[in-house]
Design a protein around this ligand. Structure first.
Ligand code: PMP
Length: 286
């Protein structure tokens, strides 16, 4: 079956999907994106993703390309046309096409919208959650506005490649004071010896992960204490459990940080339990 992409108002074969060479997303990373999980044919936490998209666009003063409702329709149609039951839908909005010049283009430039969807084998993600993953730590070298979900991801790409090169699955950025900020594409968590969840506050310095926010709600529901504060690499290495969260990884246990084994080297019970309960808290929409 051939894949279909949505590009600026049209559904086109993926192999021929193109944007203009002077798209500002291409030339300046002047754009934002969202990745929404598709679970059993449902979009997961769509309202929260739409709210974050609006915020990212607002922070960059990019015009909303269409209403949330219309965008929701495009997401669903792209999912449907690609026959995705489980996987993800990717949405990118750039400032649009204009003559290459750093300031925002003058006049009413149409934002450029691209949507793609693809299947992910749920067995594969379940397996990495059963075994747990290894993470490496790398110095934080990103700009300060990582709370904006911009497509400017070069440091994240380099960090993730460093993880792959080291035989690990994720890289945690560590700030100048030795505190973990977040992963290259995930939020970072530990469980301390008293069974409390510890994660960095979602103000600035990390992306305000949608999965993170669902886990905060889930923990409150389940009576698991959460402390929102930064934690150091040393604390992580001595933690009872560690895990990462994202729309596609959900809750994935971490069993190794650099050369240090976490707990007994197997996914911890609190992390595994939060993963098992995730869909009872997430919002699924058809
Ligand atoms: N941090 C970064 C840098 C990310 O790219 C992602 C994935 N989008 C996350 C955290 C997790 O966010 P979410 O739970 O919304 O997928």
């Amino acid at each position: 079956m051939s894949r279909i992409a949505y590009v600026n108002g049209q559904y086109v074969p993926h192999a021929h999907a193109q944007v203009h060479i002077e798209d500002r997303g291409y030339q300046f990373s002047d754009g934002v994106y969202e990745v929404c999980e598709v679970h059993d044919g449902h979009l997961v936490d769509e309202p929260r993703h739409m709210a974050r998209l609006s915020r990212s666009l607002g922070e960059l003063r990019i015009r909303e390309p269409m209403s949330s409702k219309a965008l929701g329709h495009v997401l669903r149609e792209t999912v449907r046309r690609n026959r995705v039951r489980n996987g993800l839908v990717y949405l990118q909005v750039s400032r649009g096409v204009a003559k290459r010049d750093h300031p925002f283009p003058k006049g009413d430039v149409e934002p450029a919208v691209v949507v793609t969807a693809r299947s992910i084998d749920p067995k594969k993600t379940a397996k990495s959650a059963e075994n747990g993953i290894s993470v490496i730590t790398v110095p934080e070298n990103r700009w300060e506005r990582v709370d904006i979900k911009s497509v400017s991801l070069l440091p994240n790409v380099l960090a993730r490649q460093a993880a792959e090169d080291a035989g690990a699955s994720e890289a945690w950025f560590v700030d100048a004071d030795g505190f973990v900020t977040e992963g290259s594409a995930t939020n970072a968590w530990i469980v301390d010896q008293d069974g409390r969840l510890i994660t960095r506050p979602a103000e600035f310095g990390i992306l305000r992960g949608i999965t993170r926010s669902v886990i905060v709600d889930l923990a409150a529901r389940e009576g698991v204490e959460i402390v929102e504060r930064p934690f150091t690499v040393e604390e992580a290495k001595k933690a009872r459990e560690a895990f990462v969260t994202s729309a596609t990884k959900l809750v994935t246990p971490v069993v190794k940080v650099d050369d240090s084994v976490i707990g007994n080297g197997k996914p911890g019970s609190i992390s595994s339990n939060l993963r098992a309960l995730f869909y009872s808290q997430a919002e699924l929409s058809s």
